[in-house]
Ligand binder design. Sequence first.
Ligand SMILES: [Zn+2]
Ligand SMILES: [Zn+2]
Length: 332
Amino acid sequence: MLTETAAGLYCEAGDFYIDPWGPTPRALITHAHGDHARAGSAAYLCAAPGAPLLARRLEPAPIESLAYGEQLTLGDVRVSFHPAGHVLGSAQIRIDGPGGVWVVSGDYKRADDPTCAPFEPLRCDVFVTESTFALPIYHWDPAAAVIADLLAWWQANGERGLTSIVFCYTIGKAQRLLAELMTVADRPILVHGMLLPVIDIYRAAGVRMPAVQPLVERPRGTSLAGELVLAPLSARGTPWMRRLGQLSDALASGLMRVRGVRRQRAYDRGFVLSDHADWPALLDTVTATGASRVFATHGHADTLARYLREQGLDAGVLRTAWEGEAGADDEE
Ligand SMILES: [Zn+2]
Ligand SMILES: [Zn+2]
């Protein structure tokens, strides 16, 4: 029911594309990250909670949305969006048509996240799963343990007179960090201005986060020792950093599970907090769908497909325009 084309995954029976990277007449979008939501299509459809994030990335573009679970008939198929637990408004796309029930997961995670609706397990005949962190080395600790480590690091930095800065993805990770810090931070958290518009969208959606203060509101020359600053990865190494004084820096990402990556990127600390499913969660999810055919895409797709074939499933790979290092897909 879905085929690979030069512009991305295409459903002929419904005449639409899913997360296309080229311009198309109609694009159904799983979520607003840059490797899934590209400008240039004539019409967009997404889950309602994700529409403000998508509009911010694509404006001006015609964006329609459906509530989670709401069905729409397109050609010979019915489509619906279901929570993927990845970021605000992220969705699995369910397609029910002549080829059975297909589900395209988009990016997803199974861990709790106070900033978005939890992943909804769906039964289907064919499951297209992401595979960003599909290697057995990827196994996440609970977020509470990661946040406890982050707090201890922040405190220790303060005692040494250092500013703590955590680099994080603009959509999702920054807001999840803030929400997780809601009950434990004892002062406003400072943020780079680029994070503010997305924080505002999350607040408007009802996500509870602690007070933040744009760094620019602090008079120049005031010491930031002991403060915690969140910033997008693109701010690293820019003159903006001079404001911070003596600092310790960290990256919050699933990539920090890998020692070589930590060293190569030269962060003082890595906090392994991911918005993607880890290896056990990928396998559990594939099993829970009951699907007899599985396609892996985005990331370590070959590894996951090979493993699933060894377990007796009919598994293959869907190529994307974003081949390469796991996690790099969420850079924006
Ligand atoms: Zn994503
Ligand atoms: Zn992605």
